[in-house]
Structures are given as structure tokens and as C-alpha cells.
Design a protein around this ligand. Structure first.
Ligand code: PMV
Length: 330
């Protein structure tokens, strides 16, 4: 029997136009499209081995057996792949992130992109980017964007076939940097899977979803023309709109901490002083500060001076999910 093992590396991404809420929970069809930038310096490396001698799937994350809930999520994703490949074998999944588990940076995008690529290869499938992206979306919407490098758009659709990500510009199109200010490094109280289900309880969600196509278009244009001030304006607005939806959901989700707001204010102040930089936040309290590479030092030094910022991760724009040797360094 051919060796049914493969290893893949994938990077997380930061969304400029956010995905929040599903049109179809079961199929994980996003309520609106989203656009992100893939992050080179953070990565997940995942090895999948289908093995007839196993009693059931096993999942090890950062050298520790995972929680039952995480293993279940991995099994659900493996089931889609087993079904496509026509196999029924259990698998062992071993995954490592090169960023600390307690960094407050979601690893679901990079983790599920790497899992989907490694598992499909190990199962003998040779899937194209579109199919991989569609499959990854079933585990985590943001994972569908991490299949690709550079600047990536996830298309909303009413069917499973129609909702997948596609690259809109290559990684070297625009040398931007993401400085992630870690203000809280414990696990989030409410993760995005649960959060998406609350989106429709906010009276602001319909307005956010309805106006998303316009923001998506402006963002596509801003990226195409490398128009930083336009991107800054739209991305900050979009992040604030998503958090407004979160705050006005029932129950409400308040992710911002006092230091989060201090960083946001400092970023706006820097911009008034002429430094091109903007903030954007995922479902957590840690601001991502985006700026051109040649301004990263001044932004990093300024943010670092804020008491309450525990550490800063820096990342450039990264490439797509890819297959690697199991022995390759993380
Ligand atoms: O992919 P998920 O289910 O973890 O959802 C991602 C949600 C946000 O990170 C808040 C926004 C986004 O588009 O990445």
C-alpha cells in the first residue's frame, strides 16, 4: 500500500474586510465576502497519516493531546476528505504552531488550511486550490483564505460549490507588515464558531452585510492601486463595524480591553501625524497594526511604549499553503 502520509505548512491571515455570521451554518456559507492578507512569519505545520492500526482519529497539538472538542472538529474535517477519497481509515494528526498557543492569535485558519491540504494528499487526492479552499471553508471560513498567499478574497455564495477563496494580488505586490500587539494572551471566552451564530441577533448585522459589497470593491481597488490611506479608512471602518455587531448581539460580545482602546487611539494619532498605519481586530482584544514595511520600526517602537502591550509579533505578507517534508523545520 502506498504511504498514506503527508505534511503541509500554512499561514494564518488577517482580514481587512471581515467575515462574521453565516448564511448557512451547516455549510458554513459566509453572510458576506471577505478580504485578507496572508501572514508569512506565523505558521502551522500539520502531518496526517491514515493508519489502519488506529482505533480512531487522534489529534496532537503543540506536543499535547488535544481537547475532545478540537479532535471532534478535526474528525469532521477528515470525514469530508475520507468521503471524497472513498476511504474509511482513521488518521493520526500532529500539528505545531510556530507561535505560542497563548499568543491570542487564532490558529484555526492556518491549522485547518494545513490539515485540509495534508489530509487530502495523504488520502491520495490531488486537489486544486479552489477545491481545497472550498473544503477548508467547511472547517473555518478564514482557513479557506489561508490556502492562498498574498491578498485573498473569500466569495460568499448560496451554494457550497460557489463559496471559495481566490487570490487577488501576489505576496510581493505590496510589502505591508502586520504588527500584532498582544494585550491579552489567554484563550478567548467565546470563539468565532459560536460568535458567528450570534451575528444575526444584532440589529446592526443586516446593515453591515448589505454594505459589505461596497467595502469589498473599495478594498480590491485600494489593494490594486496600493492606495494605503484608502485601505486604512475602509479596513478600520470594517473592523469597527464587526465589533459593533459583536457588542450589540444577544448575548453581547465585548472583546476590547482598556489597552486595546489605547492602541487603537495611538494608531489613529500616528496617522494624524502622517505615519501610514491602521488597526484591525479579529474576535479578540489584540490589535493588528498594518503599515508599509519601511514604517514598521516607528510603529513597533510607539506601540511597544504602551503599558499593557505584552509583546508584539511581526509578520510580512506570506505565501500559500504548501506540502513539505515531514522533517522540515517549522
Ligand atoms: O474562520 P473563523 O470561523 O475563525 O472566523 C473568522 C472571523 C474573524 O477572524 C473575526 C474575521 C475574519 O474574516 O477572519
Amino acid at each position: 500500500m502506498a504511504e498514506m502520509q503527508a505534511t503541509a505548512v500554512a499561514h494564518p491571515n488577517i482580514a481587512f474586510i471581515k467575515y462574521w455570521g453565516n448564511r448557512d451554518q451547516e455549510l458554513r456559507l459566509p453572510a458576506n465576502g471577505s478580504i485578507s492578507m496572508t501572514l508569512a512569519d506565523l505558521s502551522s505545520k500539520t502531518t496526517v497519516q491514515f493508519d489502519p492500526s488506529l482505533a480512531h482519529d487522534s489529534f496532537t497539538l503543540n506536543d499535547k493531546p488535544s481537547t475532545e472538542a478540537a479532535r471532534q472538529r478535526v474528525t469532521t474535517q477528515l470525514d469530508f476528505i475520507r468521503q471524497m477519497a472513498g476511504i474509511e481509515l482513521p488518521a493520526s494528526v500532529v500539528s505545531h504552531n510556530n507561535f505560542p498557543a497563548a499568543a491570542g492569535i487564532a490558529s484555526s485558519a492556518s491549522g485547518f488550511a494545513a490539515l485540509t491540504l495534508a489530509a487530502s494528499k495523504a488520502a491520495g487526492l490531488d486537489l486544486d486550490g479552489k477545491t481545497l479552499s472550498r473544503l477548508a471553508r467547511r472547517a473555518s471560513g478564514s482557513a479557506s483564505r489561508s490556502i492562498f498567499g498574498g491578498f485573498v478574497e473569500l466569495l460568499p455564495a448560496t451554494t457550497d460549490e460557489g463559496s471559495f477563496a481566490q487570490p487577488i494580488a501576489a505576496a510581493d505586490h505590496w510589502p505591508l507588515v502586520d504588527l500584532i500587539a498582544v494585550v491579552e494572551d489567554s484563550e478567548k471566552e467565546v470563539g468565532s464558531t459560536q460568535g458567528h451564530q450570534l451575528a444575526n441577533t444584532s440589529p446592526l448585522q443586516p446593515a453591515r452585510v448589505q454594505s459589505a459589497p461596497q467595502r469589498l470593491e473599495l478594498t480590491r481597488e485600494a489593494i490594486g492601486q496600493r492606495d494605503f490611506s484608502r485601505l486604512a479608512q475602509i479596513a478600520e471602518l470594517d473592523s469597527d463595524m464587526m465589533h459593533a455587531v459583536m457588542m450589540t448581539s444577544t448575548p453581547s460580545l465585548h472583546y476590547w480591553l482598556p489597552t486595546t482602546i489605547q492602541v487603537m487611539r495611538k494608531i489613529r494619532q500616528l496617522r494624524r501625524q502622517g505615519v501610514p498605519v491602521f488597526y484591525t481586530l479579529d474576535a479578540g482584544p489584540n490589535p493588528h497594526c498594518i503599515c508599509p514595511e519601511d514604517r514598521a520600526e516607528i510603529v513597533e517602537t510607539t506601540i511597544d511604549e504602551i503599558q499593557g502591550v505584552k509583546r508584539i509579533f511581526r509578520s510580512e505578507v506570506g505565501g500559500p499553503a504548501r506540502l513539505v517534508e515531514n522533517s522540515s523545520p517549522d
